[in-house]
Ligand binder design. Structure first.
Ligand code: SF4
Length: 209
């Protein structure tokens, strides 16, 4: 995709949705971290169902520790990989309480040092909670970036670096939400809805189809 097309691609997505937001429900940076950690290989809808009860019982790292791993498992047992996620979450809460005064750190290295928190989760927290123009490459962003020619890459890190280099600065803060929502609802994995796509004129695949 040529630079002019990239600008037009994001201008179109921005005009349709000027303030894109995550579909995960949360009321604090800690709850956001928990929701993102739980969302690996799970849908946002499924995570929101589980966290509604969990966050009422344990809205802080200390309250999560007080709830205990068995109580946590009981709240999240409908989510994939719930046992390992519960174990990681308890370890993460212990570190937040002991090393960060019960707060979620703003530094990438400290975030990635938390059990269960990888580069993608850290990127989401840095972007959504702390307003940094990071690019959390999930399955939707990986697919859309390759399919459209926006930032082709063989793995998530290559795509992340390509996106950060190619997306014009004014669009970088919200780009990851625009791309996730576009991939989830329009540029879908099995059957992209090119006929209904607002950015078709700028997309390498759709333009030539
Ligand atoms: S035109 Fe098709 S392939 Fe291109 S972004 Fe739109 S839905 Fe995806």
């Amino acid at each position: 995709m040529k630079p002019a097309a990239i600008g037009a691609f994001f201008a179109t997505l921005q005009a349709a949705n000027p303030h894109p937001e995550t579909e995960l429900v949360y009321a604090s940076t800690f709850e956001l971290l928990v929701a993102v950690l739980l969302s690996a290989q799970a849908t946002d809808v499924g995570v929101n169902k589980a966290t509604r009860r969990l966050f009422a019982l344990a809205p802080t790292p200390q309250r999560m520790l007080d709830l205990g791993e068995a109580g946590l498992v009981d709240c999240i047992k409908t989510i994939g990989l719930f046992r390992s996620k519960a174990r990681h979450l308890m370890q993460t809460c212990r570190i937040l309480v002991d090393q960060h005064g019960g707060r979620v750190p703003q530094e990438r290295a400290s975030l990635e040092a938390l059990p269960g928190v990888g580069r993608k989760t850290a990127n989401v927290v840095l972007n959504v909670a702390f307003g940094e123009p990071t690019m959390a490459v999930d399955t939707h962003i990986f697919r859309v970036s390759n399919r459209t020619g926006l930032a082709p890459g063989k793995n998530p890190l290559e795509v992340e670096q390509g996106l950060l280099k190619r997306i014009p600065a004014p669009y970088r803060l919200h780009a990851h939400h625009w791309l996730i929502l576009h991939g989830r609802y329009v540029c879908q994995a099995r059957r992209p809805l090119c006929d209904q796509c607002q950015v078709r004129a700028h997309c390498d695949l759709g333009r030539d189809a």
